[in-house]
Design a protein around this ligand. Structure first.
Ligand code: PNS
Length: 158
């Protein structure tokens, strides 16, 4: 049984994240989407809201589960018998930081990191840009699931 984790903040989940999760689910027997709940001032959605959105968005993927995690991703991997961390790479600019984290995580516990290139049509999509564009009234409906788009609009209208 090969189990992988897709860790992230997912504030909120985008179609780019879901593309990576879906493709990871074809490569591994089980995929756990781990939603980081470490305290941060800049979250638009609470941890429970982010986890709920991920569960709904991944409901059609039978070998994918969603959990919150706090602390180190390597601790989560050890506790859940996870062999690999799957990360999407959008552009070369992602690589330096992701490589550093992959090497740190590997040196901590030996866990491997697998990089998947994002699909070209999603290479520019990020949660922060989606929030910024939506915050100024731009249409981000192509970049997130419909129900996330509705929750985003409702949250930003407050
Ligand atoms: O979606 P993000 O914000 O890029 O996700 C970042 C996340 C949650 C994957 C990353 O910050 C993380 O793994 N945090 C847990 C703390 C940790 O393990 N830090 C050491 C990394 S080498």
């Amino acid at each position: 049984m090969r189990r992988a984790v897709c860790p992230g903040s997912f504030d909120p989940v985008t179609n780019g994240h879901l593309d990576i999760v879906r493709r990871a689910s074809t490569l591994f027997d089980e995929v756990v989407v781990a939603v980081g709940t470490n305290v941060s001032k800049n979250r638009l959605f609470t941890a429970d809201e982010r986890i709920g959105m991920l569960r709904r968005a991944c409901a059609d993927l039978p070998n994918v589960t969603v959990e919150g995690f706090a602390g180190l991703v390597t601790t989560f991997c050890t506790e859940h018998d996870i062999a690999a961390i799957v990360k999407g790479l959008r552009a070369a600019s992602d690589f330096d930081y992701e490589l550093q984290m992959a090497q740190m995580n590997s040196s901590l516990t030996g866990v491997e990191t697998v990089f998947l290139p994002t699909s070209p049509e999603r290479g520019f999509v990020s949660s922060s840009l989606v929030k910024e564009v939506a915050g100024f009234g731009g249409d981000v409906s192509a970049f997130v699931p419909d129900f996330v788009h509705a929750e985003l609009r409702a949250r930003l209208a407050r």
